[in-house]
Design a protein around this ligand. Structure first.
Ligand code: ZN
Length: 646
């Protein structure tokens, strides 16, 4: 499986549950939308780096025509470099934005390019192979050239020091900011368009600036036209009229590049909530632009997860029951309680900036005024989360950190289902429960507020996950299951979450502080229920009494709700300072060392399933097949060939 684990990366597969059972009409809809989602790949490569596509073609030509020894160290380092480049859609790390250091020699590169047939290379007219090789070698091997894709360092010119391809070379930060400040002044202040999001800023011959808009007939037009062609095919299978209107408006936007049209599209899209299959396709997130204006291209397709959505709904439908039966003081309970139900979906394809590295929850659109007036669609992606969990089962963490086989078995049987349920309880009910006493300021807990808020939601989930009501609602199979959540929660809060913090540091992030607070408060106050014990120089969480733990969580929930409802800043400060922040240096060191020995990849991404039309003798599509056996390099090379648009 070396194909799936290299450098600091690991590739996982995800399955699309129930795809085979969909009617042909829905399969075709997924298929054409997926094609549209894959056709934008080259746009992203060009956005990330001016030389991205040229480099990719050259590296892939070397990869597929190399005939030297496979054990050669240069070759092996070259393969890792190419796999990392594929993963990042460019030559900079997808997370740190730093340029990769090539582990192979410049001579190896020049030599291999020299051996290739010129037809395989992206040569300009009259350009020689030698010239191209030297030009690309400078970009790959000179650490001073394009060192960082997105530079955010305060005080530097963010455009001159970032190598992303959103601004023509030489345009300064001050020039770009002045250009957009002027556009902003002329825009509707109540409903401003997403200025700058779909264009490259360039310079006219007279020195003035203009936007080269990404649309049909202009920059990226070739890719955009092919996307539109697939969207038009998908349109025939849209699930309702609103969805047809969404597709029409998106195509209109791609043709014109008009930002008002984009807002109209976003409003139509956010209002369509009935369809089982949904998608996004377009210029979306702005993290790749140091000025936060230009949106990178991404696309994905999703199918509703009925089972998981039913689960979330079962909770939110019973929100008032949960509120009434919680262990908090009557004065702090909400009289009228509405659960929030987020939609749970499964990804059918990931494309552009969501591939191979993907988010597991997505909330769109990004326009603030549209969110305020029309709301947003929030989804959690169940099959990607599931793939992470499957990986976690086999990665050695449980073997290393869980105390014994019986507990490991408990986790193997129930952790999946309990984890999802705890997240639902936290999101659908926990955050929405409780009320402030009249006159209490919502910000009274100040810097401790968000930690206490997360603790409240987590405790609500921990308390109720052990309640027979969940078995009654058909959400848990028996009264053993909750124990897996209790064990893994405490193990994470007391031990394993420390691996993410550098030695010498302390806990900063609110969710992590909250988990430490709950776990360590329980450890300190309920020593008969839970302890940390040492076996052969290693520390483990040992639970003696699960039912006492439930009592502990209920008690702390009541106290945290009191603190919030009364705005008791001093009590919040004491709880967080005492249990939520500091780390025991010796224990921290031990946990980090044990973790390091597992050699796990900090970053993960996904290999897509492969969809193929099945045709009858006359050439009509009678089915869409799905398969999961494509290798990482095979998929990347296929995409470069089939979805090569620019
Ligand atoms: Zn939360």
């Amino acid at each position: 499986m070396t194909d799936f684990r290299f450098a600091d990366l690991q590739l996982l597969r995800y399955e699309v549950p129930g795809f085979e059972l969909l009617p042909l009409r829905q399969k075709l809809f997924v298929y054409y939308l997926s094609e549209a989602a894959l056709l934008g790949r080259d746009i992203l490569w060009d956005q990330n780096c001016k030389y991205g596509l040229c480099l990719r073609q050259t590296l892939e030509a070397i990869y597929t025509h190399y005939d030297g020894p496979r054990e050669d160290a240069d070759w092996q380092a070259f393969v890792i470099y190419l796999k990392r480049t594929w993963f990042s859609n460019g030559i900079h790390h997808h997370y740190s934005y730093q340029k990769f250091e090539p582990g192979f020699s410049k001579d190896f590169f020049l030599n291999e390019v020299g051996k290739l047939d010129a037809k395989l290379l992206p040569l300009q007219e009259n350009e020689t192979k030698e010239h191209l090789a030297q030009e690309l070698a400078e970009i790959i091997f000179n650490p001073k050239v394009m060192p960082k894709r997105v530079n955010q360092a305060d005080g530097e010119d963010l455009l001159l020091t970032s190598s992303c391809n959103y601004y023509a070379q030489g345009i300064t930060q001050a020039e770009a900011e002045a250009f957009y400040a002027k556009l902003k002044k002329d825009a509707d202040p109540q409903r401003p368009p997403m200025l700058g999001m779909n264009s490259r800023l360039e310079r006219n011959a007279d020195g003035s600036l203009y936007e080269n808009v990404w649309r049909s007939g202009s920059l990226y037009g070739k890719a955009i036209d092919r996307i539109c062609e697939m969207l038009s095919k998908a349109r025939d299978y849209a699930e309702n009229d609103q969805q047809t209107a969404v597709i029409d408006k998106l195509v209109e936007f791609y043709r014109t590049g008009d930002l008002k049209t984009f807002d109209e599209y976003a409003i139509l899209w956010v209002g369509e909530t009935e369809a089982e299959i949904d998608f996004t396709n377009g210029f979306t997130e702005v993290y790749g632009d140091p000025l936060g204006l230009k949106a990178s291209w991404e696309g994905y397709v999703n199918i509703i997860d009925h089972e998981a959505t039913r689960r979330a709904k079962a909770l939110s439908d019973n929100a008032q029951w949960f509120e009434n039966h919680s262990p908090v003081d009557e004065r702090f309970k909400k009289r009228e309680c509405h659960g929030v139900s987020a939609k749970v979906i499964n990804a059918a394809i990931l494309g552009g900036d969501l591939y191979p590295s993907s988010a597991i929850g997505i909330n769109l659109p990004n326009s603030n005024w549209i969110r305020a007036e029309y709301g947003s669609k929030s989804v959690t992606i169940a099959n990607l989360t599931h793939a992470y969990k499957m990986e976690a089962k086999g990665n050695g963490m449980r073997q290393e950190f869980v105390i014994d086989d019986a507990t490991r078995q408990l986790l193997d049987s129930y952790e999946d289902i309990c984890d999802d349920l705890h997240t639902d309880l936290h999101e659908c009910l926990g955050h929405g429960s409780g009320q402030l006493l009249p006159g209490v300021d919502a910000d009274a807990l100040r810097a401790y507020g968000s930690t206490l808020e997360e603790a409240r939601a987590d405790l609500f989930g921990l308390y109720y996950i052990a309640h027979p009501k969940l078995i009654e609602l058909g959400l848990l199979p028996n009264d053993e299951a909750y124990k897996s959540q209790y064990y893994s929660y405490l193990m994470n809060g007391l031990l394993t979450q420390m691996v993410r913090i550098e030695e010498g540091g302390q806990i900063e992030e609110a969710h992590m502080r909250n988990r430490a607070l709950i776990s360590r408060w329980t450890l300190a106050n309920y020593p008969d229920a839970v302890q940390i014990i040492e076996k052969d120089g290693k520390h483990y969480v040992c639970v003696h009494d699960y039912s006492q733990l439930r009592e502990a969580f209920g008690k702390l929930l009541a106290e945290v709700q009191r603190i919030k409802s009364e705005g008791d800043y001093e009590a919040a400060r004491q709880l967080v300072e005492e249990y939520g922040i500091r780390l025991d240096a010796t224990l921290h060191h031990e946990i980090r060392e044990r973790y390091k020995r597992l050699n796990l990849a900090p970053y993960k991404g996904f290999i897509n399933p492969k969809y193929e039309p099945v045709r009858d003798d006359e050439g009509n599509i009678i089915d869409i097949s799905i398969s999961y056996n494509e290798a990482y390099d095979e998929q990347m090379l296929r995409y470069s060939q089939r979805y090569n648009t620019l």
